[in-house]
Design a protein around this ligand. Structure first.
Ligand code: SF4
Length: 396
């Protein structure tokens, strides 16, 4: 996986004041990918040290009033070309910088105030299809003992829990909000394992309950709130789905977005009871672009075939009619299943970083799917799924 990184985050003394901003999480990521350090400002010929620069309208000026717009543009173009040439899919850029900033930059008053927008380099990268994140995103996704990665496994995928070096086990029935009468169906076990996979702290939930079993939206999202209480910031949802013909193939997939067609929402009701300040949750980028890019990069490096697409969550338990399959296809859906969407809404509301992985075990509407055939397809893909998840954990 090729990753462009702001050189100052790697410890290069290229900042305006002659210093650097080394970041341990970024350095660790850089040590595990093909890293391409860039510094657009020095590439543009600006001296170090110099006064700080900020964007002022459509110009860039040093604090002493010198106009450096041309130098910023020159450096940005050189570094954008470098990113294009190396085929980078991810750029980790220094937050708030007038060149590298993503999402927010200083507002041109040299007062420390921020305004929405990208730095000059990030503006150029925007059209290149490269996922851009700041060092703060890499840090927030970095697992630790205090912040293990939660992994919720769907039908037939529960074997991954056997990889965990366990520290302790938690019976689902001891989890607040999980229904006392819930019993696992075939392919699920109801015991979470806290421990490590390849030294990465994790909490693995090897099964879930569903709306189609008669449980409420609050009950099916109890595991998410439990993971959040345990300190998890990253949460991986793995689910079995049907592929929508024409939009996706069977096999492994990365979820990019979803349609909640269940008719319910876990945020309905008293938000404070769910530990939320507000139920009005922004669902843009609910599936973390950073985690999706990491997953795609790992899959490509390991030669694991994955596709990407939108997931439609339905109640079930009946499978889709041909008319429903045609409707989903016309809506741009790649995968359809009976879980995940409510959990993703709950996780996003709690500020968690979500990765959605799916195993499309059959083509939706092909008339041949059974619970047993889903288990068999999961078994066939078990090795690829395991290597993918381990590869992702290694990069976080
Ligand atoms: Fe760091 Fe980017 Fe500024 Fe260079 S241009 S010092 S890489 S933030």
């Amino acid at each position: 996986m090729d990753v462009v990184v702001s050189a100052c985050l790697l410890g290069e003394a290229c900042r305006y004041d002659g210093g650097s901003k080394p970041n341990e999480a970024v350095r660790q990521l850089a040590s595990r990918v093909r890293v391409h350090p860039v510094c657009p400002e020095t590439a543009g010929g600006l001296p170090v040290p110099r006064p700080p620069a900020e964007q002022v309208g459509d110009r860039v000026q040093l604090r002493d009033g010198t106009d450096v717009t041309a130098a910023f543009a020159r450096g940005a173009q050189a570094c954008a070309l470098a990113a294009r040439n190396c085929g980078a899919s991810l750029a980790v850029l220094k937050a708030r910088s007038p060149s590298c900033g993503v999402g927010f930059v200083y507002d041109g008053t040299y007062s420390g105030k921020l305004t929405r927008g990208n730095g000059v380099y990030a503006q150029l990268l925007e059209g290149e299809g490269i996922c851009m994140v700041t060092e703060e995103v890499v840090e927030s996704c970095k697992p630790s003992v205090e912040h293990p990665v939660a992994i919720v496994l769907g039908t037939g995928l529960g074997h991954l829990s056997s990889l965990v070096h366990p520290v302790r086990r938690i019976d689902y029935h001891d989890i607040d909000g999980f229904p006392a009468d819930a019993r696992p169906i075939s392919g699920h076990r109801f015991e979470a394992t806290v421990g490590t996979v390849d030294d990465v702290p994790v909490v693995v939930y090897p099964g879930r309950i569903h709306l189609y079993q008669g449980y409420s939206a609050a009950e099916v999202t109890a595991l998410v709130r439990h993971a959040h209480r345990l300190g998890c910031r990253d949460i991986v949802f793995a689910c079995a789905t049907g592929a929508i013909p024409g939009n996706a193939h069977t096999g492994l997939g990365i979820l990019t977005d979803h349609l909640n067609l269940t008719g319910v929402n876990p945020l309905v009701g008293d938000a404070s009871q769910r530990g939320l300040e507000t139920p009005f949750v922004d669902m843009c980028d609910a599936y973390s672009p950073y985690l999706r890019t990491i997953a795609r990069g790992v899959a490509d490096d390991l030669g694991i075939a994955v596709e990407e697409g939108v997931y439609a969550g339905v109640v079930g338990p009946s499978f889709e009619t041909p008319a429903e399959v045609r409707m989903l296809a016309s809506l741009g859906v790649s995968y359809v299943g009976m879980s995940t969407v409510l959990e993703v809404i709950a996780a996003k509301a709690l500020g968690m970083n979500v990765l959605g992985l799916t195993l499309a075990a059959n083509y939706s509407g092909d008339g041949s799917v059974t619970h047993q055939s889903v288990l068999e397809e999961a078994q066939r893909n078990a090795d690829s799924f395991e290597r993918l998840v381990r590869g992702i954990l290694h990069l976080l």
